[in-house]
Design a protein around this ligand. Structure first.
Ligand SMILES: Cc1cc2nc3c(=O)[nH]c(=O)nc-3n(C[C@H](O)[C@H](O)[C@H](O)COP(=O)(O)O)c2cc1C
Length: 187
């Protein structure tokens, strides 16, 4: 299996409207593959403006927020590129789409790295951040996974939340758990 970086991808449509989505970018040769499922705004935007910013952030509220209808996170324009970065990015890569392998489920956009910049230090691993990221992935697959698997994973991940979370991770966890509970309640 390839190496995958969990990022927040910013893209724009041809009118300049910014879109933010958590996407795992896949290492390939000297670049990265963005593989958005059909249908998605990210897929449409890459077809209109072939640039994406891969934002590397440890603010897991953004991953959780994007999956729970909270998509309005501050962005910062970049000199020389049409797509902005996230204000909360510790670092970012400017990706330019070089080629597309079409696919009925998940077209693969091979991107080269045009520029990379750092903005703030990485301050170390935190188990609660990792747990929120894992729950975000489960939430993005609720309809594909058996309920028992989701409940077993939540039971394990919640230990890291109880032991190591700051208020930000607790907030992000709460947003995602609301979504899980709503889904199992039939809403
Ligand atoms: C950590 C993480 C990684 C994800 N990676 C992908 C991905 O590689 N491709 C994809 O289509 N969706 C991925 N998703 C789900 C998308 O973020 C979600 O479906 C999103 O709404 C994309 O659709 P949009 O571009 O219309 O917003 C991921 C979600 C999480 C939490």
């Amino acid at each position: 299996m390839p190496y995958i970086r969990e990022t927040i991808i910013t893209t724009i449509d041809r009118g300049g409207k910014v879109h933010i989505a958590p996407i795992g970018i896949i290492a390939e040769r000297d670049g990265w593959v963005i593989a958005p499922f059909r249908p998605s705004v990210t897929l449409d935007n890459l077809g209109e403006v072939p640039f994406a910013i891969a934002n590397y952030t440890d603010d897991v509220r953004i991953f959780a927020g994007c999956l729970t209808g909270r998509k309005d996170w501050p962005t910062v324009p970049l000199d020389g590129f049409p797509v902005p970065r996230l204000a909360a990015a510790l670092a970012h890569s400017v990706l330019q789409v070089e080629s597309v392998s079409d696919d009925s489920v998940r077209p693969r956009h091979f991107c080269c790295v045009v520029k990379e910049e750092m903005h703030a230090p990485f301050t170390g691993f935190n188990r609660a951040k990792a747990a929120v990221l894992e729950l975000a992935i489960l939430v993005s697959r609720l309809s594909m996974l058996p309920r028992e698997k989701i409940e077993a994973e939540i039971a394990y991940l919640s230990i890291a939340i109880e032991k190591t979370a700051s208020p930000d991770e607790r907030e992000a966890w709460g947003w995602l758990m609301e979504k899980v509970e709503g889904y199992f309640a039939g809403g």
